[in-house]
Design a binder for this molecule. Sequence first.
Ligand code: ADP
Ligand code: NA
Length: 350
Amino acid sequence: AFKPLVFSGVQPTGNLHLGNYLGAIKKFVALQETSDCIYCVVDLHSLTAQLVHADLQDQTRSITAAFLASGIDPKKHIVFNQSRVMQHAELAWIFNCVARIGWMNRMTQFKDKAGKDRENASLGLLAYPSLMAADILLYRATHVPVGEDQKQHLELTRDIAQKFNNDFSARIAELGVGVEIQVGEETVNGFFPMTEPLIGGPAARIMSLRDGSKKMSKSDPSDLSRINLTDDADTISKKIKKAKTDPDALPSEVDGLAGRPEAENLVGIYAGLADIGKEAVLGQFGGQQFSVFKPALADLAVDKLAPVAAEMRRISADHAYVDGVLRDGGERAGNLAETTMKTVRDIVGL
Ligand code: ADP
Ligand code: NA
């Protein structure tokens, strides 16, 4: 039977927040039941926007600890950090030569992160999606759980796979290394799959608590904008209490959230934490004021996050254990990666 192969990554760049947890990590945990999973701390990616980091090793351990504390099983699945498996960089280079500069220039994340002074952005920031495509396709992953913000990068991953399959179609056929790949309505012979993003649910895009038009982000200068996984109960309650809202009561239908981004965001957070739909949240709180809803949300958040935070602190203090997990995961990922790269080198003629 077909078993999905899941790959995803999180950058080791501080301030792991509720958006990362609900939009990504919680989905990673759930997928373990049905899929073979590879979860990666993408340290190479963290150099793209900022080259010098205070403590990359500690940040890497902290994200690894978050994976483990959330319930990812490193024995049944693979947990490792990207820089251990040099094939990521090798395949990214080949993909840099497959992808077109125009494709990269169209990426909204690049435009956002580069800002006005694009000429001065690092080449790595521009090429980021090409490394991301390599991360995924090195394992020929079939599914990638991510937040909404990564949708465009996943489309680019498929474009790269398709161009590679197409440009090297003769060589892939000659070597007999192709498999049947569904491209839209058509079935073609290719080496890399058309990876499907797994985006969705009420928490696919958690917004800043201070500004309903911006996503909750590690890099937001305002600490009140996000709930960090490591925040204590008082801090979580304070941040939710101070979250921007409008003066109206909650509606009883999801349609009633239209044009109320801050209200919609808090309802989405509740739904994501409780594993229910927004409808069910409004069924319970429709007609209530935020003075009632916010304390209930704070209690739920503390309830769900406090055990993860405590476990995260315990695990990240045990350097030997965390380093062992990464070493073992890196070895297993490295073997899979080398199998793919042997064929890729053959296809390309290297
Ligand atoms: P960030 O975007 O916070 O810097 P990463 O790039 O490491 O963090 O993203 C890790 C994962 O978290 C990705 O799958 C990303 O899509 C998801 N993610 C990031 N921010 C949010 C958010 N505000 N809501 C939902 N998912 C998010
Ligand atoms: Na991101």
